[in-house]
Design a protein around this ligand. Structure first.
Ligand code: G6P
Length: 611
């Protein structure tokens, strides 16, 4: 949510910063802006996308070796030019970019207004830079000291980068709760919300920790905490290829990511699973593995698509491990006073590893003494670092706002964790365990086959692109898939869609069904197949249009459904990994046909770093 970029070094700063903003645009695209030092501090900003900013910059003199830039997802103040970042201080000598929320900004603003400050925007971020300048002027201290003092008085979350127009040798950055990565090049430094703008220049990065301030000055990086105590920066080596963050010939990132799934699911299992040898090892879960194996209860906490992965995992863990599971929305969990007992463990699922609610839920669970396991995609992310142990999904960068490959990678990891726990607990027979390992290993080739349905799904999409509502129904392992299918459609095509357990339809949604209503059934061969067939008949009796995802060779459902999409056969526990593929493609094609911006759907952001 909001992307920030900074650069200091020998290159043209505006080129690095603009390119970086394009890479981070998935985090927000309400407005974009850049600050440079050339004949003083200059801020250029524009409502809209980075492309609008580029147009605005056309023909200007932008020569500068230092710059900061921002792409915004609006929290305080509507998206317009004034509210776009960077923001000037009162004297216009300082500029700030900020990702996060300053919760006590209105009292700080009032104080500053009383002192005669005037504000150009409605943002909390502008207040912060005025506040920092005010401290600097009143205490006659350095900018570094003013930033430090200000941050001790600020309540909220932030990743900030600040430039001083009278010192083009210095950039100051700080974080609390919002991510900030510093790329360390030769005689140059890059700052960004995640590593994607940095990877093409250097693979050496420092992840700033909460309450740390980075001072980059005279080609040197110093890190201190808000108590002014220096810390030694730990340089990580990035394991990310440039191709992974480019479209690679696809029209959209989302389509690329959908088609990457055979590979990303395979990558997720690589080195961990060898069905032939009956081997399943998750290197990231060692010290606390017993805690998980002997858990009395598992609490899964997540948001959005990751929450849907958690719902599927509930079925895995209960079925195979016989451990009771609760799946919680992080935003609800964090504001309850949840009961966490000695034998409970918490699993947090997050693609970005930065979702503010999930992070806060972790802190709450930790304060109650829980051991937390993370399932994250972004290596080194805040959630990955805040959890005790965990397993990365290794799906590679996911840029499309609608999550696809991260979801299937999450299911793969959660499946592996559940199988490992079930095996250690002895709640699964050896033969069933081996059977499931083999099934899991075969999933990439089945997903590959499901992707061959693309043309057929495009044809079906053309027929339903103007629908106003959609219903998605499934049972058992496929119920969360119905939720996920509906979410994908809503997110990118703006068609109202609801996912429901198929039997619950009778308690409400059935009233919506008429000849206008497309109903997508995930009706693969599993233990609830017969029941789902009855539910299809109930919809048919009310003239609903049925699109059914079935197992290949199904002879019964094609007799009833208008449209049938056949996916390869697999174990019912693994089916969500396959049955979700046609739903991803359906939402993608419908959105494209409706002329929607698939990778940057309105109002959404990929990484929700505010609560
Ligand atoms: C946003 C994204 C979703 C994602 C959710 C949770 O809403 O648009 O795609 O599922 O956040 O994000 P996380 O990074 O924690 O999985």
């Amino acid at each position: 949510m909001c992307g920030i970029v900074g650069y200091i070094g020998p290159r043209q700063a505006h080129e690095v910063v603009i390119k970086g903003l394009e890479r981070l645009e998935y985090r927000g695209y309400d407005s974009a802006g850049i600050a440079l030092i050339n004949n003083g501090l200059n801020v250029y900003k524009k409502k809209g996308k980075v492309s609008d900013l580029k147009e605005h910059l056309n023909g200007r003199e932008l020569d500068s070796r230092i710059g900061i830039g921002h792409t915004r997802w609006a929290t305080h103040g509507e998206p317009n030019d004034e509210n776009a970042h960077p923001h000037y201080s009162q004297s216009r000598n300082l500029a700030i970019i900020h990702n996060g929320i300053i919760e006590n900004y209105s009292s700080l603003k009032q104080e500053l207004l009383n002192k005669g400050h005037s504000f150009l925007s409605e943002t909390d971020s502008e207040v912060l830079i005025h506040f920092i300048e005010d401290i600097r002027d009143n205490n006659d201290c350095s900018l570094e000291e003013a930033v430090r003092l200000a941050l001790t008085k600020v309540v909220g979350a932030y990743a900030i980068v600040i430039m001083d127009g009278s010192n083009d040798n210095q950039i100051i950055a700080a974080r609390k709760g919002s991510p900030l990565v510093i790329g360390v090049g030769k005689d140059e430094f890059f700052l960004a919300s995640d590593a994607t703008p940095i990877v093409e220049y250097t693979n050496e990065v420092v992840y700033l920790n909460d309450l740390e301030i980075a001072i980059i000055e005279n080609n040197e990086l110093k890190i201190k905490n808000t108590q002014d105590i220096p810390t030694t920066p730990y340089i990580h080596t990035l394991d990310m290829e440039l191709e992974a963050i480019e479209k690679g010939g696809y029209e959209h990132f989302m389509l690329k990511e959908i088609f990457e799934q055979p590979r990303s699911i395979g990558d997720c299992m690589r080195g961990r699973l060898d069905a032939n040898k009956g081997r399943l090892v998750l290197g990231g879960i060692r010290e606390y593995a017993n805690k998980l194996t002997n858990a009395d209860r598992i609490i899964i906490v997540a948001c959005g698509t990751s929450w849907h992965a958690g719902l599927v995992a509930e079925y895995f863990f209960e079925e195979f491990c016989r451990i009771p599971v609760e799946v919680e929305y992080a935003s609800e969990f964090r504001y309850r006073n949840p009961v966490i007992n000695e034998g409970d463990v918490v699993i947090c699922i997050s693609q970005s590893g930065e979702t503010a609610d999930t992070l806060a839920a972790i802190e709450l669970a930790k304060s109650k003494g829980a051991i937390i396991f993370g399932v994250c995609n972004v290596v080194g992310s805040s959630i990955a670092r805040a959890t005790h142990e965990g397993a990365y999904t290794h799906a590679g960068p996911e840029i499309g706002v609608a999550s696809t490959k991260a979801f299937t990678a999450q299911l793969t990891v959660l499946n592996m964790i559940a199988l490992q726990v079930a095996h250690s607990r002895g709640t699964i027979t050896e033969s069933r365990y081996h059977e499931l390992l083999v099934e899991l290993e075969n999933i990439p080739s089945k997903v590959e086959k499901a992707l061959e349905l693309d043309d057929k799904i495009r044809e079906i999409s053309a027929l339903f692109k103007d629908a106003r509502n959609f219903l998605y129904l499934g049972r058992g392992f496929n119920f969360p898939v119905a939720l996920e299918g509906a979410l994908k459609l809503k997110e990118i095509s703006y068609i109202h869609a609801e996912g429901y357990p198929a039997a619950e339809m009778k308690h409400g949604p059935i009233a919506l069904i008429d000849e206008e209503m497309p109903v997508v059934f995930i009706a693969t061969r599993d233990s609830s197949y017969d029941k789902v067939v009855s539910n299809i008949q109930e919809v048919k009796a009310r003239k609903g249009k049925v699109i059914a995802i079935v197992t290949e060779g199904d002879a019964l459902i094609p007799e009833m459904a208008e449209f049938v999409i056949e996916v390869p056969r697999t174990d019912e526990a693994m089916m969500p990994l396959v049955s979700v593929i046609p739903l991803q493609l359906l939402s993608y094609h419908i959105a494209v046909m409706r002329g929607c911006n698939v990778d940057q759907p309105r109002n959404l952001a990929k990484s929700v770093t505010v609560e």
